[in-house]
Design a protein around this ligand. Sequence first.
Ligand SMILES: [Ca+2]
Ligand SMILES: [Ca+2]
Ligand SMILES: [Ca+2]
Length: 524
Amino acid sequence: MKIFFILLALTLFASNFFSQAKESANWYLNSPNQSKVYGTAANEAYELLTGKKSIPVIVAVIDSGVEIDHPDLKDVIWVNADEVPNNGLDDDHNGYVDDVHGWSFLGGATSDINDEASELKRMVFLEKKHFGNKKIDEVDPLEKARFEKYQAMKAKYDKELGMNEQSYQNLSMIAGYVDNVKMASNGIFSKETNNAYVPKDEKEKKIQSRIKLFFIQLPPEQLDKEIHHALESTASQIKMASIDADSIRKVVVGDDPNNLSNRYYGCNRYEGPDAMHGTHVSGIIAAKRGNGVGIDGIAEKAQIMVLRAVPNGDERDKDVANAIRYAVDNGAKVINMSFGKYYTLHKSYVDDAIAYALDHDVLLVHAAGNDGKNKDLEDSYPTRISNTGTIYPNWIEVGASGASTSPKKRIAEFSNYGATTVDFFAPGVDIYSTVPDGKYEDASGTSMACPATAGVAALIRSYFPELSAVEVKEILMKTTTPLKKKIKIPGTNKKGKMKDLSITGGFVNAANAVNYILKNTKTN
Ligand SMILES: [Ca+2]
Ligand SMILES: [Ca+2]
Ligand SMILES: [Ca+2]
């Protein structure tokens, strides 16, 4: 699941949700050393690096796909120089035909996967195949524990389905209301038309007043779009419930998603059906700086390698592992992973790919998730902790922070956290970045904090290539900006310390990292 622009589906009726005031469009580049806004200090880092040499760094974006011809991205998309485009041959013999800018693990000869089942559904589906309609007393005694686990998963899955139905009904009502407002006012949904609209009944009256609260943070046009987007994706999850968990995959891609031995499947369509999320992520890392167009990304010399592996619904461990391996084999030094799920079917396969990245000096950056949860209590996947208990050191886990200077509002209300499982926080609220059709939009999520951090890591690796992935991670950990004041713990009404939320208790800071390196290591 794309840890996405905050899903309105479940939260539209929580009035305090969008509580953070926007300070400025490029706030994520600001320095906490120079202002009270806790950006990444990328611009200050460049001031410190004036005159120093840097090299290109490939950053793999494992995501939904990327608009590679976006005006602010087209010059920073990775080009596989050894691959001749469109000749139907694997010229560089890496196993992938015509992979010029990366690869999609979610397509076949002619079509692409957009919607997929949840991992929980896949697990329930496989176990159902195994146990059929057996009852507990009909199960082989040796399989009782497995059966009980299956029953627990099934109960959870059934509950999820019920919740989807509920949020679909809520969203339909809200979307219907928005459409009614538009119909009454020449197609325009705005503050004014919402205020002027005469509600048809009590329900509409309630929606009208709730929507007013959301206008404080979200422009009407975006709210309209997000409501309809959430409605569509909920509808697709409901539709998914009635079909075989692997059927779409088998028809579109053609591989067996539970046979992990085959790495070579997919296609070279980099955008896929919905490149919104991956395009936004890529802009934060690398949108062309100083070209007078759009925004400045964080890492000037980053080249984006596009790896499509994250559909609507849950990504598959097989694709995540193969995308990591592709990135490692084809020269990426940093991998951005703005996705996650709470169930996993083939975790060891991803564990092995992470170990492979470690062996080849590749840094993985992962989003903590948007459920306001303590990850020390319930972790999501992928995770740096392997099935055998190894903790991989080439991994950074990032929570999301906002531009607000009020400590109470500095940590995003939606962000997951963990005193032992999240490393630090990075800008992830109201981040303005590239989206398809050559446009730009605000989005919030740990999905945005992750590329903010990947961008900083790429900046460091570009100027200090002699540092290893693990050293870069350690330096970013050592040089975070602390915050002594009490913060609000996401998803609760409790106050806490930053150390309750992350290992470092701080916020990523590119300038501090550069300063540290210049002082403590012999470079350039
Ligand atoms: Ca190739
Ligand atoms: Ca070729
Ligand atoms: Ca630009």
